[in-house]
Design a protein around this ligand. Structure first.
Ligand SMILES: [Zn+2]
Length: 441
């Protein structure tokens, strides 16, 4: 099933590219050997990675989404442009700062309105190095940096680019310049992305024919770790929204300011997931949710992509087994990851987007609560007593991969539920969405 993994991409010196989804981004390292995504998921409130300042919030109206991004060339070399809908901001690489102001793209760039809200854009190279290209829907425009204007004869259909795979004819999600180590014009190819596929677009010198696309390939194969961390990035964004909603409702329960309907929902959710709707239980849930949010906001250092072989070694699994979709080293539990780590493998992509969100909330608890992994505490929300399964639409027979937990989720004592990562994930989902949905991972 088609799934959009990225909103925008941007090449950065040296040898890096940022890929944006929702209000988060990840960094791909062309220079790693073998090349792979760099660890960490970053908020757009921190750019470049690790910076205390981020992409100006005034760019984002209404949504905190980068829709396209482009390094400047020619007279604009050293500028990085971030587009959100019809407007943009400029980052100056030399000054390490964003220029003041958010501007309307169409008048500032002399672009037609359709091109000024691009799906993606990248630079040409070799005998097309004077140009950049804006993609919108099924069309693209060629732009001449030195003229601040579109070339005559555009837009043209994407399908007219030589060898362009049919899967990209209707439009793209993002475009990015290739590796540029010695200078922003020193690259051979750009890349166009759609869902979980991409094509390499080769630039040519005079006498070498036309620039041309290659075959449609799986991004998961050509860009190790990129889709895994982008999936984690989107899940983080959605998890923070879900947790914030749960924090708000739970806080207002403690203050006594919920509406009657809200109070009924929150009390029911506390009873189901923490076995009591007392004020003390609400305070326990609230403290856990706040720490989950703090933990997820440390994704720049906590989140890591792990290859199949790395994950098999991390988890001490025998050959023939598969790694977990996501797994955690709590604070102090591993010499290799003293501050904790949340790991994502290829298996994470097989989870549904909603399950990825719940599993992120779950893994965050494992980071800070050393008691969260003990068998009596660590009970999945879908491991319910036989009489309760039908009510959730869960299968009558659940084949547990390991030893079955000692008790069911619905019969777990409250003291254990307070240390169960599943309780926090299921509670946050229950109060944020208004319904208690349980599904096998
Ligand atoms: Zn767990």
């Amino acid at each position: 099933m088609a799934e959009k993994f990225m909103d925008a991409a941007l090449a950065m010196l040296p040898n890096q590219a940022c890929f944006f989804i929702a209000d988060q981004y990840v960094v791909y390292d062309y220079a790693a050997a073998p090349e792979r995504v760099k660890d960490g998921v970053h908020s757009v409130d921190s750019f470049p990675p690790g910076s205390a300042t981020g992409i100006p919030g005034a760019l984002f109206q209404p949504n905190r989404i980068i829709t396209a991004a482009l390094p400047g060339k020619g007279g604009y070399t050293g500028a990085l442009y971030f587009f959100s809908g019809p407007r943009y901001v400029r980052y100056d690489e030399g000054l390490n700062t964003f220029a003041a102001g958010v501007r309307d793209t169409a008048p500032a760039w002399n672009l037609p309105a359709a091109a000024a809200d691009p799906d993606g854009c990248f630079n040409g190279a070799k005998n097309r190095k004077a140009f950049c290209y804006f993609f919108k829907g099924a069309q693209y425009w060629r732009y001449i940096w030195a003229n601040d204007a579109v070339s005559g004869g555009y837009p043209k259909p994407i399908s007219t680019l030589l060898n362009m795979p049919v899967g990209l004819h209707a439009g793209i999600d993002a475009a990015v310049d290739g590796v540029a180590s010695a200078g922003s014009e020193n690259f051979d190819a750009g890349y166009l992305f759609k869902d979980d596929k991409y094509t390499r677009f080769d630039w040519v010198n005079d006498g070498e024919g036309e620039p041309h696309a290659g075959a449609l390939r799986d991004t998961g194969d050509g860009w190790p770790g990129l889709l895994e961390l982008l999936a984690a990035a989107r899940a983080k964004s959605e998890a923070l929204t879900m947790v914030a909603r749960a924090v708000d409702l739970t806080t207002r329960k403690t203050l006594g300011t919920l509406s009657a309907a809200e109070a009924t929902l929150v009390d029911a959710a506390l009873d189901v997931h923490f076995k009591s709707s007392s004020a003390a239980t609400a305070a326990t849930a609230l403290a856990g949710l706040a720490t989950i949010a703090t933990t997820l906001n440390q994704s720049a250092t906590l989140f890591h992509y792990r290859t199949h072989d790395e994950a098999m070694a991390d988890e001490h699994r025998p050959p023939g087994e598969a790694p977990s979709a996501a797994y955690t080293f709590g604070i102090g539990s591993s010499p290799a990851w003293p501050l904790g780590a949340i790991m994502f493998t290829r298996q994470y992509l097989a989870r549904s987007p909603s399950n990825r969100v719940l599993s992120l909330i779950h893994e965050a608890v494992h980071i800070f609560d050393a008691a969260s992994g003990t068998p009596a505490n660590h009970i999945p929300e879908w491991w319910v007593s036989p009489g309760a399964r039908a009510g959730f639409g869960l299968p009558a027979v659940i084949n547990f991969a390991g030893a079955a937990p000692p008790t069911f989720y619905d019969t777990q004592p409250g003291a254990a539920a307070a240390h169960n990562p599943a309780s926090f994930a299921a509670y946050a989902s229950h109060v944020a969405t208004g319904s208690d949905v349980r599904a096998l991972p």
